[in-house]
Ligand binder design. Structure first.
Ligand SMILES: [Ca+2]
Ligand SMILES: [Ca+2]
Ligand SMILES: [Ca+2]
Length: 329
């Protein structure tokens, strides 16, 4: 039985004053799922929506596993707890309302068209698990403190995530983006981004706007241009055990920022600008084979290298007062 139905039943025996306080307390939210021209649309209302899109995944070779859109913690999906996604190779869950989706994309697991998820206003939790999309995946968190998590999810074309104002968290885990561009903009607020085990053949643009932001990249591979801009505020950027095989630019804007590049290979021309504020830039066990220009900007800045001294030949550094590079000058 859905949360909505339980609540209605409860309401029949409850005095009016108690109903009002009950509705305030368990403010129900609903997510509307529809298929429009083959695109799977998932739209949250202005409440705090919690939604999980699960699709059978080629990663697990679990051919018979059903695909569905599920709610949790008080959110309903088209008034139900769960909506099935039916396709020839993906059975409908018994006793469930099921939508037929076209999964005739590049492989038997693909959703042929787009998946678009809009959280709307409110503090939304949006999870996508195992989706393999023949086209684009677009997630709009809307206003509020949103949490977006992708796991084992890939697109043939673009991945776009926008979380707007609010303190947002975006985790992309074990995602293989066999597609084109990756655009992430977390808007204003103190945002946290974690990218782990991610491949992007197309361009990548990560922008976290004003606020004290954290960008953590671990075991990622960027084959085309990479741009990271964390805007104003005291930001932390860490790139670890990754490969950057094209031109890249990292801007951390004003504020006292911390930029760490650990165990990472860079083969394209690079530019790092830490902007105003007392910034700290540090390379550990990292290499670059092309020109890298680093600016500390205004403030008292530190540039350090640990087991990365082979990088000196390719580096042009300006506006650093402290650290290994300052000693070299
Ligand atoms: Ca939201
Ligand atoms: Ca934000
Ligand atoms: Ca910022």
């Amino acid at each position: 039985m859905s949360f909505l139905k339980r609540s209605r039943k409860h309401r029949q025996n409850t005095p009016i004053a108690a109903i009002e306080s009950l509705e305030e307390r368990v403010l129900l939210s609903n997510v509307t799922v529809s298929i429009d021209d083959g695109t799977l649309n998932v739209r949250g209302d202005d409440g705090d929506n919690k939604v999980n899109v699960v699709m059978q995944s080629p990663f697990y070779h679990d051919y018979g596993y059903p695909s569905y859109v599920q709610s949790f913690n008080g959110t309903t999906i088209n008034g139900e707890d769960r909506i099935g996604l039916f396709a020839a190779n993906s059975p409908c869950i018994p006793n469930l309302v099921c939508f037929s989706v076209d999964r005739s994309g590049p492989n038997p697991f693909s959703l042929a068209r787009d998946l678009i998820i809009n959280g709307g206003n409110g503090n939304d939790t949006i999870w996508v698990f195992g989706a393999n999309l023949g086209h684009n995946l677009t997630i709009n968190g809307g206003r509020g403190d949103d949490s977006v998590q992708l796991r084992s999810t890939s697109t043939e074309n673009n991945l776009r995530i926008f979380t707007h104002s609010g303190n947002d968290r975006v985790n992309i885990l074990r995602g293989s983006l066999a597609g084109n561009q990756f655009l992430l903009n977390t808007g204003s607020g103190d945002d946290a981004v974690l990218l782990k085990w991610l491949e992007v053949p197309g361009r990548t643009s990560i922008a976290t706007g004003s606020g004290e932001d954290q960008v953590n990249i671990f075991r990622a591979e960027f084959s085309d241009r990479l741009s990271i801009n964390t805007g104003r505020g005291d930001d932390k950027i860490q790139i670890k055990a990754s490969e950057i095989d094209a031109a890249f630019a990292i801007y951390s804007g004003s504020g006292s920022d911390n930029i760490r590049v650990l165990d990472t290979e860079m083969t394209g021309t690079g530019r790092i600008d830490a902007g105003r504020g007392d910034d700290n830039v540090r390379f550990v066990d990292s290499t670059t084979t092309d020109d890298l220009s680093i600016s500390g900007g205004g403030g008292t800045d530190t540039l350090d290298f640990f087991r990365s001294h082979g990088m000196f030949d390719s580096i042009r550094a300006r506006y650093f007062e402290n650290g290994d590079f300052a000693e070299l000058l």
